[in-house]
Design a protein around this ligand. Structure first.
Ligand code: ACO
Length: 325
């Protein structure tokens, strides 16, 4: 019989250094007022020199395992969502496995930009449902600051670093009710980082290696609002549910206006939405598990609540997960 998977512990971790909008005013032509009005972001955390994505993931994973009451030797699957891996290989899952002292379980990365955690969660859910794993560690962690062009005001204001983690175990009742994943590669040129080991690291016209995020913000914004609205409908329809059934929306934290549009679609008041974008900015794969952990730890999200997780990012990719916490 197919089992469900259930989140039995959450954790998160942020780097120490805070970069405020006021700090950014010294770096590019922008203002605290513009950033807050257009994005809802007040500050973001930036990894220290030499601090990597896996460095951030280790404490997040430990916290999730502690919350779940799970020892490292119980973990039998690691799925690591990230777009900013420490190195080309070994993958971040393997590096994390070593740091946590876990031996010999499948560990791999899933790369789908800001949707990476939802993708990773969906993969781990299927391993558990099919009986191929009994205790999965799912990570969303990023050091996006490493691929930000700090002289480009249209992207430098948006991104931050962080890590979130959940532990999944089998259960007779949901748990994760359904996941929904989408990619439309047609939009590959709207949001991208153009370098890589295969394509190469070639200088642009200014002689710089363009190893940073390029984004057509306005177009991405419109597609995000439309796609996330559609995935809300898809998720509700797949489960025969009305909007009113959802207790909490835990959205990707890219922009408060995108979050408000999705809440409006759900006819949900903003006090039923976990919002961390003001303090974290857009942490890509880390944003949803960090927001979930924030809601769990401050007592807003309770066992039995019905939660809609969603994310949207480069690819373009987007996805949702409906969970009974
Ligand atoms: N400070 C001040 N002015 C600015 C800044 C800034 N930091 N950035 C842009 N502007 C200016 C522009 O130059 C433009 O000026 P103009 O009218 O004179 O030409 C004006 O502000 C408006 O620019 P827009 O780009 O149209 O601003 P918009 O309201 O669209 O906000 C933003 C930009 C915040 C980037 C928004 O489009 C957005 O949030 N997009 C979606 C981002 C997203 O969700 N990405 C997906 C996930 S990320 C990932 O996957 C890695």
């Amino acid at each position: 019989m197919l089992k469900y998977s259930r989140i039995v512990g959450t954790g998160s971790h942020l780097p120490e250094k805070v970069l405020t909008n006021k700090d950014l005013e010294q770096m590019v032509e922008t203002s605290d007022e513009w950033i807050r009005e257009r994005t809802g972001i007040g500050e973001r955390r930036i990894a220290a020199k030499g601090e990597t994505t896996v460095d951030l993931a280790v404490p997040a994973a430990r916290r999730a395992m502690q919350a779940a009451g799970v020892d490292p030797d119980e973990i039998d699957l690691i799925v690591f969502g990230t777009t900013t891996p420490d190195q080309v290989f070994p993958n971040c899952g393997a590096l994390l496995q070593d740091r946590l002292g876990i031996r010999n379980c499948p560990a791999f990365s899933v790369e789908a930009a800001c949707s990476s955690f939802i993708y990773a969660l969906s993969v781990a859910d299927k391993f558990i449902k099919l009986g191929d794993a009994k205790c999965a560690l799912v990570i969303g962690a990023e050091t996006l600051s490493r691929i930000v062009d700090w002289s480009d005001r249209s992207t430098a204001i948006l991104f931050g670093d962080g890590a979130g983690a959940v532990v999944l175990k089998p259960a007779d009742e949901a748990g994760i009710i359904s996941t929904h994943l989408h990619t439309d590669g047609f939009y590959k040129d709207l949001l991208y980082c153009p370098v890589g080991p295969s394509k190469g690291f070639h200088p642009d016209e200014q002689g710089r290696i363009p190893a940073y995020i390029h984004m057509a913000g306005n177009e991405v914004f419109k597609i995000a609002v439309k796609s996330l609205g559609a995935i809300v409908d898809e998720t509700l329809a797949a489960n025969g549910l009305d909007k009113s059934a959802i207790d909490w929306l835990i959205p990707h934290q890219a922009n408060i206006r995108i979050i408000q549009a999705t809440a409006k679609k759900l006819e949900m008041s903003m006090d039923k939405v976990i919002v961390t974008v003001e303090q974290h900015g857009n942490t890509s794969a880390a944003s949803v598990p960090m927001a979930l952990d924030a809601g769990v730890r401050d007592g807003r999200v309770k066992r039995g609540d019905l939660i809609l997780l969603e994310a949207f990012g480069g690819g373009l990719t987007w996805g949702s997960a409906l969970i009974r916490y």
